[in-house]
Design a protein around this ligand. Sequence first.
Ligand code: R5P
Length: 295
Amino acid sequence: MKQKIIFCLPGNELLAGTLSEKANVERGKLTMRRFPDGETYIKIDSQVAGKEVLLICTLHQPDDKLLPLYFLAKTLKEFGAIRITLVAPYLAYMRQDTRFQHGESITSEWFAKLLSSFVDELITIDPHLHRKSNLAEIYSIPTHILHAAPLLSSWIKANIPNAVLIGPDSESEQWVSEVANAADVPYVVLEKTRKGDKDVQVSVPHLDGKADKTPVLVDDIISTARTMIETIGHLKNANFNAPVCIGVHGIFAEDAYLLLRQSGAAQIITVNTIPHETNKIFIEELLLTALQSKT
Ligand code: R5P
């Protein structure tokens, strides 16, 4: 069996530390900093020759991370690492997966090609697969998708008595129904139209006979939070209980978190695929099981 070593990019230390400790895998030492001009300095301080590397880097704000990730992966290989598995709990650039207007770049494909060119394998959690049905359509390396749905169901079951789940759009139906069924609660799915980055229209939820329940909005990504804020507005107008908002990947772009808090959400909960103070659902065990099954 090949020896393993875990490295991470800044911001991923907590997850890397837990995985290293619980899986009993060496934690790689690394010096990474920015030069005053913004360029990246990297020095690998551990022996990596002949070892398989687990590289932990969640990929929100990907433009800031991609070049350091590339330099690190290339340098690890240069010093003899035999395989690099990127563990990216949040996988970026999955939303621009088609050309809506002539001239647009299908960035999800270029991003996939770039990552596939310098890591050997990818493990991620609930990537936003919309018009693509599988990562293999755009990634040329082996990819492994883990699902947070069972974690969401357990959290809802343990924390929200009398919940009704609300999915924001038809593409979420399969996922939301799975979470609802495992939590043994009802669900409804809305219709969403996005007219711009922050301009989202969501249909009014029909919750006849469910007025006593706690609405739980579930989505894979909370980015501008406009999808959730718009839905909360409808629920308020219909005098429903204040909803709980659950997102797998809490990106919270710009002032999204503040606006969502001000919109009347009773609680905002995320999975720790992206570190944030709303993290209440944790992926460590899910990742450990996946990593152990790879050995
Ligand atoms: C998109 O289709 C996703 O499933 C989410 O609904 C979306 O990313 C949420 O974005 P925002 O928070 O910007 O409304």
